[in-house]
Design a protein around this ligand. Structure first.
Ligand SMILES: Cc1cc2nc3c(=O)[nH]c(=O)nc-3n(C[C@H](O)[C@H](O)[C@H](O)COP(=O)(O)OP(=O)(O)OC[C@H]3O[C@@H](n4cnc5c(N)ncnc54)[C@H](O)[C@@H]3O)c2cc1C
Length: 390
């Protein structure tokens, strides 16, 4: 039911405006207001879990797991990304910051931040993959934390109502001193200084935000203010176990769009795809297509497994990274091969294939690059710490 509604809505509302907002970079897609309201309506009725912003509260956080909510999010995201992944990332109130709030905020904070559109700011000019190197500081001063630093490449950083900012309470105490803070827009000392021009996902704004003695109420710190050196990064990193399957789901949805379009173009020009025939007896284009489809299916199944494990309260860091690595790589490759298979038709602006090949790349970069996911998988399989395997 959820996936059918999401699929229809993505086809009827997002596809028709895909190209418009790819060309009109930095223009807010106002059509999304209605789409976001529909998602919220589904959430309120218990039919859906949004575009992934619902987050997941595991039992140790006192939330209890509603079996199926991660799976519902992942399936919904696949359909919306099939429509347009840039527009999905621009969806009001469905930011990665919303996932963080929903996953780790306490009840009072969740009530206070309800209805806010929150982006997520981790990356800095000198800190990307190695998020333990964060330089932005948060120093307690009375009832406030005072934030100083610069965040770059913040998805929805310009349009969101608040930003979940990662900052360190004490640079000398390493990764366990890194905490996240909800900073509402309009807080003095917080400035959006520019938006990036990008290869793909142009409907989504990507901002640089500066914090200059920005005072945030201490109640806006998410999780525990204590620095537990034994627990390391556990608090802030926890959200990744839930958000990486969502990014994998975006990749699965987008790649499916490219495969479906390629199949249609093959049909129009008379290239048969015959699953009952041995691969070496098919036209080369059809054989390639079938290989791409099987790669897609592996990513799809890994993504479902990671979501299923989260729903069932099983530790899924390994599987979430496996899904993100596989799906990110698969999506880049599949969308580019679809352009190749369709030749000039695939390369021109008459079809969305060229746009999808551009949109795909980011899914293998943000929320942890391909290489970082592989590193996490290797560490988990070999039982090595981040200090032992870098
Ligand atoms: C469009 C867009 C949207 C984004 N949205 C957000 C957002 O909302 N919030 C946010 O905080 N960030 C966001 N980012 C930032 C993104 O998460 C980072 O770009 C990403 O984490 C990589 O960091 P980096 O760009 O500094 O690359 P680097 O970390 O400098 O990496 C460069 C290359 O080296 C590789 N590499 C790095 N370390 C290792 C290693 N140990 N072993 C092997 N290879 C390694 C990387 O895989 C990569 O290929 C966004 C980026 C883009 C482009």
């Amino acid at each position: 039911m959820l996936t059918r509604i999401a699929y229809r809505a993505a086809g009827e509302f997002l596809r028709p405006i895909s190209r418009k907002y790819d060309l009109a970079e930095h223009t807010y897609p106002k059509e999304l207001d209605m789409f976001a309201a529909m998602i919220e309506g589904m959430e309120a009725s218990g039919e859906g879990s949004g575009a992934g912003a619902g987050g997941v509260r595991r039992r140790e956080n006192g939330g209890g797991v509603r079996n199926g909510s991660n799976m519902a999010s992942v399936l919904g995201v696949m359909e919306i990304a099939w429509g347009d992944v840039g527009l999905l990332l621009a969806m009001p109130r469905q930011g990665l910051g919303n996932s963080a709030i929903a996953s780790v905020a306490n009840d009072e904070q969740r009530a206070r931040f309800q209805g806010m559109w929150a982006s997520m700011a981790i990356t800095e000019p000198d800190c990307g993959s190695d998020s333990a190197a964060i330089q932005t500081t948060a120093i307690l001063d009375g009832d406030h934390y005072v934030l100083n630093g610069e965040k770059i490449f913040v998805t929805a950083g310009e349009r969101s109502d608040a930003v979940v900012v990662w900052a360190t309470l004490d640079r000398l105490k390493g990764r366990s001193a890194i905490k996240s803070f909800v900073v509402p827009k309009g807080t003095p000392g917080m400035d959006v200084v520019r938006c990036e021009h990008k290869l793909g996902i142009r409907a989504s704004d990507t901002a640089t935000i500066r914090f200059d003695n920005c005072r945030v109420p201490k109640e806006n710190l998410l999780g525990s203010p204590e620095i537990h050196t034994d627990k390391g990064f556990a608090g802030v990193m926890q959200t990744f176990d839930n958000t990486r399957p969502l990014v994998a789901a975006m990749a699965v949805g987008l790649a499916r769009a490219a495969l479906e379009e390629t199949r249609r173009i093959f049909r129009d020009v008379g290239v048969p795809i015959d699953y009952d025939k041995a691969i070496h007896l098919q036209p080369a284009a059809a054989a390639t297509f079938i290989a791409l489809e099987s790669d897609w299916e592996a990513a799809y199944l890994l993504t479902l497994r990671a979501a299923w494990m989260a729903d069932n309260n099983l530790p899924n860091s390994l599987q979430a990274s496996m899904a993100k690595a596989k799906a990110g790589r698969m999506c880049s490759e599949v969308t580019l091969r679809c352009v190749e298979l369709c030749g000039s038709v695939g390369y021109g602006e008459g079809e969305l294939l060229e746009k999808w090949a551009r949109d795909a790349k980011i899914l293998d970069i943000f929320e942890g690059t391909q290489q970082i996911q592989q590193l996490i998988v290797a560490r988990r399989l070999l039982g090595k710490t981040s200090a032992e395997l870098k």
